[in-house]
Design a protein around this ligand. Structure first.
Ligand SMILES: O=P(O)(O)OC[C@H]1O[C@](O)(CO)[C@@H](O)[C@@H]1O
Length: 430
């Protein structure tokens, strides 16, 4: 099970504030459990763990294996919840510098013409042996009509149809059961389609084909990931304490003036995960003038930039640090040879994990002393099973905590604002 260390944060909340918040968390936990809260028709992210679809997991795994055998490049084309979950898990578990399998590229997550042009040039550049690269494309959009994704999907698949006779077998669409432009394209072109269940919203969809196909293509065992989430789901049915404590604390901190949550980790691999949590919390809690702004950061890198404002700026922020307990690497500092010219002799032979851990512990101490409540969310080690657990932990936490704010965690009406204004400027009939 996922554990937490909230000693620092607890010292910023009075006993009364905590007791009141905890009582409220107990009530909203029941709303999630009994499906009585606003938007309860969107609790499919629990349903899919209660009734795992093993046949779909197997199909996705074997489809991904076929792609891995043939592909040089696999493009994940989606935005928001249609790509952050896959990216989070892939970045967390794949090597930094060389994939074990096809290169995973992302598209459809913004509207940079420069990026798309350079992506197309890269796809078109032949391999060292002069052969055309073998490209696969996964268009992912629940609504099937998000502009960023639709534009990239149009561009890439048009080129694929020009160069590959079997383009239709290389293009996969992951979308809602019916409706939306992507479904029309699938009907016309005969692409393989995976369905995003109606009762699972975009930011809760990583454990559906949205995240599972790209993650499997990246060579990650999706059964282990999925069943990690299932075990967290089953465990949380018995033991709600950690979730209630975390929800109560974040709520009490929000109420006593904390407006911003710096989501971070000392493991660069987990930065993608902070992006996933950022969307999950931000789109769920930021409504009706409420919510804490979730801001991702990467440590220790960003301690050398925003570390200053965290330590000494306006005292209205909290910090959430994702921690992996077991060392991720045994890489050590070289032994000092002869004179200690670079003055690193005191670290000679010590592991980078140990040094990084001291940076973590030192940061918690310094930030707490500086007036920043710190919460540590702890996984045992960085592997697929633990990440599956972390996914469900955060989904459940989000639902319980956001209900405390008395808003619907599962809609995102505010995102429509920019879309309407943009479409008007672009002259689209809406
Ligand atoms: O999968 P879709 O429908 O393209 O949406 C992508 C993302 O865009 C949003 O709908 C916001 O516009 C997110 O909630 C969602 O994750």
């Amino acid at each position: 099970m996922i554990t937490t260390d909230v000693k620092s944060a607890r010292s910023f909340v009075s006993d009364d504030e905590y007791a009141e918040a905890f009582e409220l968390a107990e009530k909203t936990y029941q709303q999630v459990k009994n499906q009585t809260g606003a938007g309860s028709e969107w609790l499919g992210w629990q349903r899919i763990l209660k009734e795992p679809n093993d046949a779909e997991l197997e199909e996705l795994t074997s489809h991904a294996e076929r792609i891995r055998e043939d592909a040089d490049i696999f493009i994940v084309c989606g935005i928001g919840g249609s790509y952050t979950g896959a990216m989070a898990v892939i970045k967390a578990l794949n090597p930094y510098f060389k994939n074990n399998g096809p290169e995973i590229l992302y598209a459809g997550h913004h509207m940079s013409g420069k990026y798309l042009k350079q992506l197309m040039e890269y796809l078109q550049t032949p391999k060292e042996d002069g052969e055309l690269k073998s490209v696969y494309l996964n268009g992912i959009s629940k609504s099937g009509s998000t502009l960023e994704t639709a534009l990239a999907f149009r561009t890439i698949r048009a080129w694929m149809h020009e160069v590959y006779e079997d383009a239709a077998d290389r293009i996969i669409a992951t979308t809602g059961k019916e409706g939306g432009v992507m479904n029309k394209i699938v009907a016309e072109e005969g692409y393989q389609k995976y369905i995003i269940p109606d009762d699972v919203g975009g930011r809760f969809s990583v454990l559906t084909p949205v995240g599972l196909l790209p993650i499997a293509v990246a060579g990650i065992d999706i059964q282990t990931l999925y069943y990690g989430a299932v075990s967290e789901y089953e465990g949380r049915e018995q033991d709600q304490e950690t979730i209630l404590e975390y929800a109560a604390l974040r709520y009490a901190l929000l109420k006593n003036g904390h407006a911003l949550d710096v989501l971070t980790s000392f493991e660069p691999e987990l930065i993608g995960f902070t992006a996933w949590i950022q969307q999950l919390l931000g789109e769920s809690e930021g409504k009706e003038g409420k919510g804490m702004f979730p801001a991702m950061a990467g440590y220790s890198t960003d301690l050398h930039s925003i570390g200053q404002i965290i330590q000494e700026g306006r005292r209205n922020l909290i910090e959430t640090i994702l921690v992996a307990k077991k060392p991720i690497s045994d890489f050590k500092v070289q032994e000092t040879q002869g004179e200690d010219i670079d003055q690193l002799g005191y670290l000679s032979g010590r592991s980078f994990h140990q040094i990084n851990k001291s940076a973590l512990d030192g940061t918690v101490e310094a930030h707490t002393e500086g007036g920043v409540p710190v919460l540590k969310i702890i996984i045992e080690e960085l592997n697929a099973q633990q990440l599956g657990k972390l996914i469900y932990f955060y989904e459940l936490f989000t639902a319980v905590y956001v209900y405390m704010l008395d808003v619907n965690p599962f809609n995102q009406p505010g995102v429509e604002g920019y879309k309407k204004a943009m479409y008007k400027l672009l002259g689209k009939d809406v």
